[in-house]
Design a protein around this ligand. Structure first.
Ligand code: HEM
Length: 213
């Protein structure tokens, strides 16, 4: 997983339509940082083998803190720049709250550090790519994690389950929006915004890891 999603698990799907230029650019621009996220100690424990319940709980706690900061701003970005009513952005804070409640995990107490809002549609599009791309990896992980930990989407694995069997359909819908957005004409700005959001994620994982030491 350390080399990014393309090498973590084969992502080649023979039925998938050929990637667009924007898709290829976003994927390439974030491949390296995604690889580092996959192998971050807080997340790699859930990505490999059979995680201990404690490591799984810690990952959920940190993800909950991150998404509570991200979600309202990303929703605002979608409404303002992409004409979306917010429905496209997966309800991750609700999913994580459900998991924390099911497993009696206390939320992480780190002061909120919301990211600045997107400055234009290309930035909003790059961020949407990052946020919703996470549902792809999440669903893959769920298929291994859920049986290994004896969980399901009602008993503590709602976040990783995400859209479940509908994940690919959701991802296609996200791409319809991305391809219809100005990101198509400003792909570099979208790619920079995607990389910046990933960098924020990495910084938060390091911060949380230091707090939980
Ligand atoms: C919150 C953290 C994460 C974010 C924001 C994120 C983001 C993304 C994005 C943007 C994509 C789409 C790549 C593409 O263009 O096809 C993706 C795919 C993927 N991610 Fe992550 N990811 C995260 C955590 C993880 C972790 C911990 C793993 C574990 C190994 C992982 C594994 C994968 C895999 C396997 C795919 C490809 C899935 C497929 O094509 O079906 N991701 N992720």
């Amino acid at each position: 997983m350390g080399d990014g999603p393309a090498q973590a698990v084969s992502t080649a799907n023979p039925d998938a339509p050929q990637a667009s230029a924007l898709q290829t650019l976003l994927r390439e621009a974030t491949k390296e940082v995604h690889g580092r996220i996959d192998s971050h100690p807080l997340l790699s424990v859930v990505a490999r083998g059979k995680p201990a319940q404690e490591a799984y709980s810690r990952a959920l706690r940190v993800l909950d803190w991150i998404w509570r900061d991200w979600q309202p701003i990303l929703e605002q970005d979608q409404r303002r720049w992409l004409g979306d009513d917010g429905a496209l952005l997966s309800p991750r804070t609700a999913w994580l709250a459900q998991d924390l409640a099911a497993l009696a995990i206390p939320p992480l107490d780190i002061a909120p550090q919301p990211p600045a809002p997107a400055r234009d549609a290309a930035e909003a599009a790059g961020r949407l790519y990052v946020a919703e791309g996470a549902t792809l990896g999440g669903w893959r992980l769920y298929q291994r994690l859920a049986p290994a930990l004896g969980l399901n989407s009602h008993s503590g694995a709602r976040y990783f389950h995400g859209h479940g069997e509908a994940t690919q359909r959701h991802w296609r819908r996200v791409w319809e929006i991305l391809e219809a957005s100005p990101a198509r004409r400003q792909p570099q700005q979208a790619a920079d915004a995607a990389r910046t959001l990933f960098a924020d994620l990495e910084r938060r994982l390091d911060l949380a890891a230091a707090r939980l030491r």
